[in-house]
Design a binder for this molecule. Structure first.
Ligand code: UDP
Ligand code: MG
Length: 326
């Protein structure tokens, strides 16, 4: 019997846990040939999420419920990493707690892997209903730029709701970078992926953790994490400025030879060149600084997440005992 493990990052989702469990339970019942594990990763919630998970775990009949509680809020990407690195399922799904990722999509996802020979299946929103126009426009621009200048091939509307084989999970866990731009990581590891399309759904309870600024920062980080083009751009800019300055010097030189008696004043042109070069130098240092900062964070080699509490070992022991009794 194959095991499907759902990894659910949760940050302040106390209202969603039980509703989530009820919804996925219905899908479990439709798939009696699989064993199900739900791994909730409590990403340092400030509300009662963890207790709610424990409560639901104690009354759950269908599927095994595990949890990992992190020591503080590490962000969704780190929470997912925690879940993935502790996962044991033959197939592993990443799914949000707020039911914006319809659990019934698991059925076509499983078919894609079992029957059609894909390594993973990823959900893709085809409508962005209920989303502000400006947000959609920014998102479109982001995808077009990042696909042009990096090796990545990202698709607009792709989510991190997916089901993958063990091999894919293992290769993602190998990518132990701290600045985790998950969409880029999934694309970078490759494998055969099937897109499963669905209509956008509003979250069932609670609030989104994304602000517009937060999304911008996310896009910026993704860009820096996978593109080194800005560094090269800076080199080109330096070369162009050098060539231009040579040309300028040459024209002045020639003019001086032709007409040596005219005094050469040029306060304005000096100011312009000075300010321009100053601006270029500061920008260049800034670009280098951005990458340097990433290197600094990576060489510190801090853990991606810190665990405060988990019941995974207990669940495993209990299952082992039950298996032995049989
Ligand atoms: N989440 C998390 N840590 C965070 C922020 C979010 O684990 O720091 C979880 C959250 O509980 C939810 C999922 O990530 O299960 C998606 O978050 P949200 O619904 O806020 O994002 P949106 O769907 O609006 O993109
Ligand atoms: Mg959501």
């Amino acid at each position: 019997m194959k095991t499907i493990e759902l990894i659910v990052p949760c940050y302040n989702e106390e209202k969603c846990i039980e509703l989530f469990y009820k919804a996925v339970k219905e899908v479990f019942q439709k798939l009696p040939t699989f064993r199900f594990i739900i791994t909730f990763v409590d990403d340092g919630s400030k509300d009662d999420t963890l207790n709610e998970i424990k409560r639901v775990a104690s009354i759950a009949r269908e599927g095994v419920i595990q949890y990992i509680a992190l020591s503080r809020n590490f962000g969704k990407e780190s929470a997912i990493y925690a879940g993935l690195s502790k996962s044991t399922g033959d197939y592993v799904a990443l799914i949000d707690a707020d039911l914006q990722h319809p659990p019934e999509l698991l059925v076509p996802m499983i078919d894609a892997i079992e029957k059609e020979g894909y390594d993973r299946a990823t959900a893709r929103r085809v409508s962005r209903k209920g989303e502000p126009l400006i947000r959609s426009a920014f998102s479109k621009a982001f995808y077009s730029i990042i696909n042009h200048i990096t090796v990545l091939d990202l698709i607009s509307g792709s989510t991190d709701y997916c089901l993958m084989k063990r091999t894919v999970v293992e290769s993602i866990v190998l990518m132990s970078e701290r600045e985790r731009f998950t969409k880029g990581i999934y694309s970078w590891v490759g494998f055969k992926n099937k897109w499963i399309e669905y209509q956008n759904v509003e979250r069932i309870a609670g609030h989104t953790k994304w602000s517009f600024l937060g999304l911008l920062r996310y896009a910026y980080n993704g860009f820096i994490a996978f593109a080194t083009t800005p560094l090269r751009g800076v080199v080109y800019l330096g070369i162009i400025i050098t060539i231009v300055s040579f040309l300028y010097a040459a024209t002045i030189g020639i003019a001086a030879l032709k007409n040596p008696l005219v005094p050469r004043t040029g306060y304005n042109s000096i100011m312009i060149v000075l300010l321009f070069l100053g601006g270029v130098i500061i920008t260049t240092l800034g670009v280098i600084g951005e990458y340097l900062a990433r290197i600094y964070m990576e060489v510190k080699n801090r853990p991606i997440y810190i665990e405060r509490e988990t019941n995974i070992e207990r669940v495993k022991e209990k299952e082992q005992k039950e298996a032995d009794q049989k």
